[in-house]
Design a protein around this ligand. Structure first.
Ligand code: C5P
Length: 305
């Protein structure tokens, strides 16, 4: 009898605990495991709402990465740079003797929402007053000759990442990450020479310890999959935007859009260059793609003033 009573008490206690836990758990545990703390997390379930856009595994190069031959072939002709793959690998390994190996992309963290501002160079930024909101984001990505001085209220003044290539490079802050784009073999030599021939006392263009180099296979993926092979290849701005979707959980896009003559005029230029249009890049397709991504709430697009 005593044993039966004990068993009954034990049974009732266990049932009680189970019922209590079932009731309480719906308040203390999340209904579904979120990959980040934003309203919406990019690449959750590995899609960007647009089926063909999948997360690219390695947007940046690293010393032990071997560029596939077909990606090299695509890259070699975009600016008719020539060269062969063994030459490429040799030059790239010299680059990695000078810059650190990038750690793999940080995965999303359930309790965090990493936000990016991607700032293109369009004149539509003028009088926008976006500056404080741009500076408020965790990462602020600027592109080519994009600058802050004199335009702070419209474009902000923080820069955490600066995208550049040989012809667009300018002096950047020691704490800003240089994100180096290469389009031809000479660009690899440029990186090596910038970093190895600094006469003592002269400030380097960028901090080599923070440098990252974009993977040509990622560039090809953006052109062929995201932009469906339109134009010769994607603009630096569009690739920077795609990159932001890989390093942040929430992406805010500013400063994209041609002027009324269809030119990619810049906010710092008084007289826009009327002949420039959008160069070899599919400007209209890129703009429509940004609008489409915004309509799917993949990113937030600010079209300026
Ligand atoms: O012209 P630039 O290459 O310096 O500008 C950086 C990027 O900003 C471009 O690659 C393009 O994607 C974007 N841009 C734009 N509309 C402009 C100027 C630039 O969409 N009027």
């Amino acid at each position: 009898m005593k044993t039966k009573a004990r068993l009954l008490i034990l049974f009732l206690s266990v049932s009680g605990v189970c019922v209590f836990w079932r009731e309480v758990s719906q308040y203390v545990l999340p209904q579904e495991q979120r990959s980040c703390a934003c309203d919406r997390c990019l690449f959750e379930n590995d899609t960007l709402a647009i089926e063909r856009l999948r997360k690219f595994p390695q947007p940046f190069l690293s010393s032990n990465y071997s560029l596939p031959e077909e990606d090299f072939k695509w890259w070699r002709v975009i600016q008719r740079g020539g060269g062969n793959i063994s030459e490429y690998r040799q030059k790239m390994s010299r680059v990695f003797q000078l810059i650190p190996d990038n750690s793999p992309l940080e995965a999303s963290i359930p309790g965090r929402c990493r936000t990016c501002a991607v700032v293109g160079n369009s004149r539509n930024l003028l009088k926008s007053h976006y500056g404080p909101f741009i500076d408020f984001q965790d990462y602020v990505i600027r592109i080519n000759r994009g600058r802050s001085k004199g335009f702070e209220s419209d474009v902000g003044n923080r820069t955490t990442h600066h995208v550049m290539y040989l012809e667009s490079a300018s002096q950047i802050d020691n704490t800003t990450r240089p994100v180096l784009f290469t389009f031809k073999m000479r660009d690899l030599e440029w990186i090596t020479s910038v970093l190895s021939t600094q006469p003592s006392g002269k400030k380097s263009l960028f901090n080599k310890d923070l440098a990252m180099v974009l993977n040509p296979a990622f560039m090809r993926n953006i052109h062929q999959v995201w932009l469906q092979k339109k134009g010769a290849y994607a603009s630096t701005g569009f690739m920077a935007l795609a990159l932001a979707l890989h390093i942040c959980d929430e992406v805010h896009v500013f400063g994209f859009g041609a002027d009324s003559d269809g030119n990619w005029s810049h906010y710092w230029e008084k007289v826009p260059n009327k002949k420039v249009k959008t160069g070899p890049h599919p400007g209209k397709v890129e703009y429509e793609m940004i609008e489409e991504l915004a309509s799917h709430q993949v990113l937030k697009f600010y079209t300026g003033w």
